[in-house]
Design a protein around this ligand. Structure first.
Ligand SMILES: [Zn+2]
Length: 103
């Protein structure tokens, strides 16, 4: 009775083994590409004004956009970037407050 069952079972095991093996072979590729895909996009700056000068963004030409510690920062001009770099914390707080308020 078990004569018919055992070869089938073995066959099944062989098949699953092959599947497992191909999975194991592709797994390193998946895990190798994952960190690149999983890199967090910067948190968007939801302020419509420059946190440094308070000017409306875009009124003085293209906003100066950059990423600071994973947070997108939009300033009205490059001059404000200088002020931002001297003391980023209060401006980052403004941006974070704005993104929390608009959730
Ligand atoms: Zn400015």
């Amino acid at each position: 009775m078990w004569h018919r069952v055992v070869p089938e079972k073995l066959n099944m095991n062989m098949k699953t083994n092959n599947i497992l093996r191909s999975l194991l072979l592709t797994l390193p590729i998946i895990t190798a590409t994952l960190p690149v895909a999983a890199v967090d996009a910067p948190k968007p700056d939801k302020l419509t004004t420059c946190p440094v000068s308070g000017e409306k963004l875009g009124e003085m030409g293209k906003p100066h956009v950059f990423v600071y510690k994973g947070q997108e920062v939009q300033l009205c001009c490059k001059d404000c970037k200088g002020k931002f770099d001297k003391d980023p914390a209060p401006y980052i707080r403004k941006i974070e407050a704005a993104s929390k308020a608009k959730k």
